[in-house]
Design a binder for this molecule. Structure first.
Ligand code: NAG
Length: 291
């Protein structure tokens, strides 16, 4: 029992270390201001998973240090569910974010986002009117467009003025900034500053987002479909990043689980081969439990 116990002990110390990047990934997701801050429900699975891996690996560590067979059994059982949950989350994250991408626009460095490029569960969830009210209010309150303004010094009098349209068109914008903080390029509006655009009278456009745009700095394009698409693109970026961490953790957990499981089975076999037992615990509580 001793050899396999220390194997489980070491394996669990490794899993404990592993749970740190997992938890870090979740906290990173929740700390990203302006984008996923407004979608808190999305990062909870990762944080919960990180905490469970941490608790379970401590359980395995304690179980092997103090030779508590019941704790090891509980550990193997719980670990199985965590692996299943992690696998589910990775598959789910890829499945709900498989469609959709930014669109290249003529004479613009940034991409634009269209809701029609997206589909599936996450799109329905995000564009559900009741839910979108919450997300857009949150984006507004979190000053999602607060980083839009850039100023240059006017060479004639040294006064700070908004950057020119040409400079603005060469910028890189996040999906949220591109979708929510400015009207789509197809509206053909005249640039005044990053969040102030004037419609050209008489110009006919059939994009509803052009009528949803407002120069009210509290409204902007928060009700636009492009904003919903920007939010979806932003979720996709962060979920893909977190999924990479999850896949690495998943592979290592499976290895640790296989090690722990075979160590446990060996220990049980040795126990059963020694009817009088060398182990205090085996005498006290003969176990009939088999996996
Ligand atoms: C653009 O101009 C409006 C009106 O002067 C102002 O309220 C807004 O803050 C400006 N936007 C940026 C990004 O500076």
């Amino acid at each position: 029992m001793r050899g396999s116990n220390s194997l489980i002990g070491i394996a669990n110390f490794i899993t404990f270390l592993l749970s740190i990047p997992l938890l870090g990934g979740g906290i990173w997701l929740s700390s990203r201001a302006n984008s996923t801050e407004c979608l808190r429900f999305l990062q909870w699975p990762v944080i919960i998973l990180g905490i469970s891996v941490m608790v379970i690996s401590l359980m395995g560590f304690a179980g092997s240090c103090y030779r508590l067979t019941w704790l090891l059994r509980l550990y193997l059982f719980a670990m199985f569910f965590v692996i299943a949950a992690l696998l589910f989350f990775v598959v789910f994250a890829f499945a709900v974010t498989d469609r959709g991408h930014g669109e290249v626009v003529m004479n613009r460095s940034f991409l634009e986002y269209q809701l029609s490029d997206y589909s599936g569960w996450l799109k329905r969830k995000v564009s559900d009117p009741g839910y979108w009210d919450k997300i857009s209010a949150c984006l507004r309150d979190a000053h999602a467009c607060g980083g839009m303004g850039r100023y240059v010094r006017d060479p004639t009098n040294g006064v700070l003025v908004p950057e020119s349209a040409d400079l603005f068109y060469q910028r890189n914008l996040s999906p949220i900034e591109s979708g929510c903080c400015k009207p789509p390029a197809s509206c053909g509006f005249t640039y005044m500053n990053e969040t102030l655009w004037n419609a050209v009278p008489g110009m006919i456009v059939n994009d509803l987002d052009c009528t949803r745009w407002s120069n009210d700095q509290q409204a902007l394009c928060y009700q636009c479909d492009s904003c919903k698409a920007g939010v979806l693109a932003s979720i996709k970026h962060s979920w893909r990043k977190v999924s990479v961490i999850n896949i690495v953790v998943l592979i290592l957990l499976v290895i640790v689980y296989a090690t722990g499981f075979s160590a446990y089975r060996n220990a049980k076999r040795i126990e059963n081969d020694e009817p009088f037992g060398v182990n205090r615990m085996t005498k006290a509580r003969p176990s009939r439990f088999h996996f």
